[in-house]
Ligand binder design. Structure first.
Ligand code: SF4
Ligand code: FE
Length: 482
């Protein structure tokens, strides 16, 4: 057993020697790069929580594969309680980091691949499930971070993968060898990719007959030959290069998104978990997406708690804490945040066992959860912006605060309620700015809209799952209509 500490985890990522194209340069030693470091610190927090006395019971769980104690971020859910504990854990991590802590995608991918490989084997006589068990047992025992890579570039959205002018716009098998396959393509929006030891690649949509080369699922080390990383920009990201923690908003933590290119990467047979079984590709997409839609009912709520706290604190600092309209806005923020949490818990509590033995969330409720997440954080951000006031968009820099001439003016004129330290007030303003319009808004807002699929993807699933006919029958029954 090796439950790593945060620092041990950071060292293990360093040892992979990953390089990325970052702001025009091929860059190594990423964990120490000021643009990347906050994101790896956020992942490290998920390791440290497994060692703190008060959070240990939540973050540690026993593996059903090896019997060893593992981090819940690598767990195959064994009950509805496990599903709920996942959401509770994610909320906690959001509370601590106020950002995307990046480790959930691998967990969600693993639980989906675990059940889909089992069902695929039963139908096709393949041996993917045992392969995956062996693979995932190592991930659990070595306490690794796995990136779950699903989103393809998709090219012309009106065309199928095989009909694209460039067939690589959906990641595919370009060569079959006796001991594995060679793949080519790209995966977009890869959360925490450069903070991961391993990558699980999945198809992005339900493949059809004739699209076998695109129906591929496999795992590969992040430092495998032929993989290229291109770092994603975030709003105000270069503030991290200026050395002024105050202006960054979130002084310690941040998120990370990466575009990843697979240029003829060889995948050995034992790391392949789906290979041409098109009828199981859609199932994999659906399950992974649903687990990740559940996840947002935890992580975004945890970040929402911080935003609510910041809004309440800035109201206090501004001297308007007791104004009835401010109190009402804070209550509205809490209501929206807890509604998302209620959905995350509900889809977990109503979960069920899969044929493979692990637990899956209620699909309808997980999609309702995520559809709320595409809206409510925006409303929370609007209310926080309203409460904070216009200074949120006009406040001078920390450099000017240090200036001998203008610094005293800033301190004099940014004074608010008696006894409030001006710099503390600026810190709270910057944290709100980070979440509603800065680097943190990438995960808190844009990802809330598009992560785990955009609103229309949830609407399609809701329409499919809701059994509208049974509701019509209720009316017929009440009214005695044939
Ligand atoms: Fe986890 Fe949330 Fe980040 Fe997704 S957005 S990886 S669920 S913290
Ligand atoms: Fe996500």
């Amino acid at each position: 057993m090796s439950l790593k500490t945060g620092d041990e985890y950071v060292e293990s990522i360093k040892s992979l020697g990953l390089k990325a194209n970052l702001m025009g340069q091929k860059t190594g030693n990423l964990p120490e790069n000021p643009l990347v470091e906050p994101s790896i610190r956020a992942v490290a927090a998920t390791y440290d929580c497994a060692h703190h006395a008060e959070t240990k019971p939540l973050f540690r769980v026993r593996s059903t594969i090896s019997g060893e104690e593992i981090n819940r971020f690598t767990h195959l859910h064994q009950s509805t309680e496990d599903l709920m504990n996942k959401v509770i854990m994610q909320r906690y991590c959001g509370n601590v980091t106020a950002c995307c802590f990046q480790r959930c995608v691998g967990l969600d991918a693993a639980n989906a691949v675990f059940s889909v490989t089992y069902e695929c084997d039963r139908e096709h006589g393949t041996d993917y499930h045992q392969r995956f068990r062996d693979y995932w047992s190592r991930i659990q025992l070595e306490d690794l971070v796995v990136d779950g890579a699903m989103t393809d570039p998709k090219g012309d959205r009106g065309k199928r993968p095989k009909d694209q002018t460039d067939p690589d716009l959906f990641l595919r098998v370009v060569e079959r060898k006796p001991d594995g396959v060679v793949v080519r393509g790209a995966k977009f929006h890869q959360t925490g990719m450069l903070n991961s030891h391993e990558i699980i690649v999945m198809p992005t949509l339900n493949m059809r007959s004739g699209e076998e080369d695109w129906a591929i699922c496999f795992a590969i080390p992040a430092n495998a030959q032929g993989i290229r990383f291109i770092y994603g920009r975030q709003t105000s990201d270069t503030r991290k290069l200026e050395g002024l923690k105050l202006d960054v908003g979130n002084p310690t933590f941040g998120g990370q998104e990466v575009m990843t290119v697979f240029e003829d990467v060889f995948v050995p047979e034992e790391r392949i978990f789906l290979n041409g079984e098109v009828n199981h590709s859609g199932l994999l997409v659906e399950r992974f997406a649903a687990y990740h839609r559940q996840s947002y009912g935890g992580c975004k709520v945890g970040v929402g708690d911080v935003l609510i706290g910041a809004a309440a604190l800035i109201a206090r600092m501004n001297g308007v804490e007791k104004a009835s309209h401010i109190r009402d806005k804070i209550v509205e923020m809490i209501h929206l945040n807890e509604t998302m949490y209620a959905c995350g818990i509900a889809c977990s509590a109503r979960g069920h066992q899969t044929l493979a033995g692990n637990y899956e969330i209620d699909m309808l409720l997980a999609n309702v959860c995520k559809l709320n997440v595409t809206r409510f954080p925006y409303e929370l951000a609007r209310l926080a912006t309203d409460i904070a006031g216009g200074l949120l968009g006009t406040m001078p820099s920390a450099k000017d605060l240090e200036d001998d001439v203008v610094g005293p003016y800033i301190k004099k004129y940014l004074a608010a309620a008696d006894g409030v330290d001006v710099v503390d007030r600026m810190k709270v303003m910057r944290l709100i700015e980070n979440l509603v319009a800065g680097a943190g808004s990438v995960a808190y807002l844009i990802e809330s809209m598009h992560g785990a699929g955009p609103p229309m993807a949830q609407r399609i699933m809701i329409a499919r799952q809701a059994d509208l006919e049974s509701k019509i029958n209720l009316v017929k029954e009440i009214l005695k209509i044939d």
